[in-house]
Structure formats: structure tokens, C-alpha cells
Design a binder for this molecule. Structure first.
Ligand code: JFZ
Length: 426
């Protein structure tokens, strides 16, 4: 098998799952201005310390998060075990900057893993390669660092290799202390910091020795390195198993340098921030999210939808409500999502197709006539059913259909479109 075939096989369950929950949670839930607050407002480690001292998520109960994810039809989750601010939600032996030493007083990752696993949801860890807290991570001159313009925070005594060892040690902890982990989601590489700068080959060898089946995203590596290697069919170990476009559904899906489809997952915010932002009420509707998910699946990809729990540990009520609405649609129509992919047909004017093997799903958003016209399918379809309730739909040809011998007509005359979000016909 080629490297790409191995990666395709390893990610099979992920393409079946299609829909996951991203969780951005950490100290930044207290300032509640997004997870980049330390950088955007150039807050020093000392000033940021008050959030560590204060952190007390009294309502943290990941069983509730897991139930909500399950209800929404999500099959896997990815939690920020450490974001760019360096604060660890897990009990690490290599730092004091961890939840265990806050008022929370315990390993919050452990409870997350147990709660989601109990609901049958696959477990993902997000781990930030950037670390604005570690003294050996580049400060002055690094545009990603909050202290980038402050010569007082120079790098004279910085030992980057020391930081990379810290990163390797923490990844080992994460993959040793919590049983089987399904996804490791690194974030992110930039400038000269990619691939071997993270000692990527050594890191991935360790990861695979600890968790042979774990799926890695592509952010340990630079895009250029991957594209070159693709031509050879030999990828660097750190190239990752799937691509992770952010805040966009790639219009033509994602293919490799040779034009073959690859596993991919679009990650999306529910409002305009990843971490909790108290002023941000710009939430996407359930309809928008569902259509986004259908868009991803129709192009062979996944959707990782973000929630940003607040300082007390709760998923904001507005997010909860949207996920519950999504769950109603997924209960009726999830079959048109899980394990489905590109139908290999041109996108119809009335909506989208998804397909699994020989079952075609029409996602009907708008029709202008009493029949749904399915191009080129006149003699190819055995039956048509409403996905939501299994009701039979008539495929009789209307009186004026003689000029369209290749078109299939599904009669919706008396049915209309029962679901204003997306009426699925199987
Ligand atoms: C990263 C994080 O910075 C962000 O906080 C969030 O966790 C998101 C899922 O991932 O966002 C990025 C990463 C890389 C780029 C832009 C945003 N980039 O390379 O332009």
C-alpha cells in the first residue's frame, strides 16, 4: 500500500462519522473575548495569571456536553487539551500551569474522555504547538506571540529544543494516560516552524508506537512539503491523515496533488469565535449548519463544529439550542450523512446530492414545480421515499414529460417540502 492508501484506510471511520464537536475551552473563557485574547491585547503572563487564580468551572460536567453532542448526531469530539496560552486542562508532570493547580483541582481531560466514551463518541485531543507561556517558546519577533514587540521579553536564554522536548513529553502523557485516543489535532505550523522543527518524524514515530490507529491532522507540517511529496507517493510521517480547512468548505472538496480525493474535515465556529466570547451573538442558524454539513458531505468531507463553553464550564444556551435543533433533523435524516459522500453527479439546481453505495439522497432546498426533476435518472431508480418518515413518493411521469426521456420525475404535488431546512428524498 502507498502512504496515501494507508492514510485513507486509517481514516475510514472518520469518513463514516462525518460530524464532530470541536470544544475550545480554557482560561480565556474568563475574559470571554476569544481564545487569542492574550495575543491580541498583548497581555503579559503576569497579568494573565489572574485568570489562572480565578479559574473555577463549578458547572463543568462533560457528561452534559457528551449528551448534547450525541443528541446533535455528532460521532466524535476534539477538546483543546492545551491552547496557545499554554494552559493545560490535563494533569501534566511537566508543568504547574494546569487545571489540577487551579480551583478546579482535578484533571479535566480525564472527565471529558470518560464522559464522551460512555456515550460512544470517539475521542479527539487538540494540542497547540504554539505555547505563549513556556519560557523557551519564541517571544520577541514572533508575530504569533503576545510579547512579540516587547524587547523586555527577548529570547536571549531561549532554548527552543527544550520546548520541543516539553511538547513531546506532553503528547506522550496524553497518549498514555487516557486509553485509546482516536484523533490528535495539532495546531499549527507557520514560518519556519513546521515538520522537523517540531522533530516531527520522531514525534509521529512515538505517537504511532503508543496509539497505532490514531488519526492525525495535517498541521504539524507545511503545505508545500506535502504537495511535493504527494508527487512521489511518499509522505513525511508528519504529513497527517486528513486535511483541516478552517472556516471554509472548499468549493471542489479536497484532492491531493494527483487529483485523488483525500480525507478532510472543515472546522467551523458556531458564532465568530472559537473560545467563549460574551459579546458575540452572531450565531449561525441550525439551517445554516445543516446545509454546511450537507455541503461538506456532498464533497466527501466532514464538519467539525465548534462550541466554546463559558468560564463556569457550560456550553452557552444559544449554542445548545442550535445543536438540539440540528439533532431533530439528524434523527430524521442522518442516514443521508453518515458514511455518505460525493454522488458523482452534477449539483442539481434544487439542492444537493449525497450518496452511499447505490443509495442516492436528494437534499431538496427549493423546487419551483410540482415534480422534482432528477437529471439522467429516468430508468435508474427503483423507488423514492421520504427519508424522514419513509413515505413512498410517486415516480409517475407528468403529462408534459415526453421531451425529457432521461429525466426522472418525483411527484411532490401533494407533499410540498415538509422540511424548510432540507427535505431529504432517498
Ligand atoms: C487556529 C487557532 O489559532 C485558533 O485559535 C483555533 O484554535 C483554530 C481552530 O485554529 O487558527 C488558525 C490556524 C492557522 C491559521 C489561521 C488560524 N493560519 O495559518 O492562517
Amino acid at each position: 500500500m502507498t502512504d496515501q492508501e494507508i492514510r485513507w484506510e486509517r481514516t475510514a471511520w472518520m469518513r463514516e462519522a462525518r460530524f464532530g464537536m470541536f470544544i475550545h475551552w480554557g482560561l480565556y473563557a474568563i475574559p470571554a473575548r476569544g481564545e487569542w485574547v492574550r495575543s491580541t491585547e498583548k497581555i503579559t503572563v503576569e497579568e494573565y495569571q489572574k485568570y489562572f487564580d480565578e479559574f473555577d468551572p463549578v458547572y463543568y460536567d462533560p457528561k452534559k456536553w457528551a449528551k448534547l453532542a450525541k443528541q446533535a448526531g455528532m460521532k466524535y469530539a476534539v477538546l483543546t487539551t492545551k491552547h496557545h496560552d499554554g494552559f493545560c486542562l490535563f494533569d501534566s508532570a511537566y508543568t504547574d500551569y494546569k487545571a489540577t493547580n487551579t480551583k478546579a483541582g482535578r484533571d479535566l481531560v480525564k472527565e471529558y474522555v470518560e464522559a464522551f466514551r460512555a456515550e460512544g463518541i470517539k475521542i479527539g485531543f487538540y494540542y497547540s504547538l504554539l505555547d505563549w507561556h513556556h519560557p523557551d517558546y519564541p517571544h520577541y519577533g514572533d508575530r504569533q506571540h503576545p510579547m512579540r514587540d516587547n524587547p523586555e521579553y527577548g529570547n536571549e536564554n531561549r532554548n527552543f529544543d527544550n520546548y520541543v522536548t516539553y511538547l513531546h513529553n506532553q503528547v506522550r502523557e496524553l497518549l498514555t494516560h487516557y486509553g485509546k485516543i482516536d484523533i490528535l489535532w495539532f495546531d499549527f505550523s507557520y514560518n519556519a516552524l513546521y515538520g522537523e522543527a517540531w522533530r516531527g518524524t520522531e514525534l509521529v514515530e512515538m505517537i504511532r508506537s503508543l496509539q497505532p490507529d490514531i488519526i492525525l491532522n495535517d498541521r504539524l507540517s507545511g503545505d508545500a512539503a506535502i504537495n511535493d511529496a504527494l508527487q512521489e507517493d511518499i509522505l513525511p510521517m508528519y504529513a497527517g491523515d486528513f486535511q483541516s480547512p478552517e472556516q471554509i468548505v472548499p468549493p471542489a472538496g479536497v484532492t491531493n496533488g494527483k487529483g485523488d480525493p483525500v480525507t478532510w474535515e472543515a472546522c467551523m465556529t458556531l458564532n465568530d469565535h472559537w473560545g467563549y466570547a460574551v459579546f458575540d451573538h452572531n450565531y449561525k442558524s441550525a439551517k445554516t449548519v445543516i446545509r454546511m454539513l450537507v455541503d461538506c458531505v456532498s464533497k466527501g468531507g466532514n464538519l467539525l463544529l465548534n462550541v466554546g463553553p463559558n468560564a463556569k464550564g457550560e456550553i452557552p444556551p444559544a449554542s445548545k439550542k442550535i445543536l438540539e435543533e440540528i439533532g431533530v433533523w439528524m434523527h430524521e435524516n442522518g442516514e443521508s450523512i453518515y458514511g455518505c459522500g460525493n454522488a458523482g453527479l452534477p449539483k442539481p439546481a434544487w439542492g444537493y446530492y449525497t450518496r452511499k453505495d447505490d443509495v442516492l439522497y436528494a437534499h431538496v432546498y427549493d423546487i419551483f414545480t410540482s415534480s422534482l426533476v432528477v437529471e439522467g435518472m429516468a430508468n435508474a431508480v427503483e423507488y423514492a421515499r421520504m427519508q424522514a418518515d419513509g413515505a413512498e413518493l410517486s415516480m409517475s411521469r407528468p403529462w408534459n414529460s415526453a421531451k425529457y426521456p432521461n429525466e426522472l420525475f418525483i411527484d411532490l404535488h401533494d407533499v410540498q417540502l415538509p422540511d424548510p431546512i432540507d427535505t431529504v428524498i432517498r
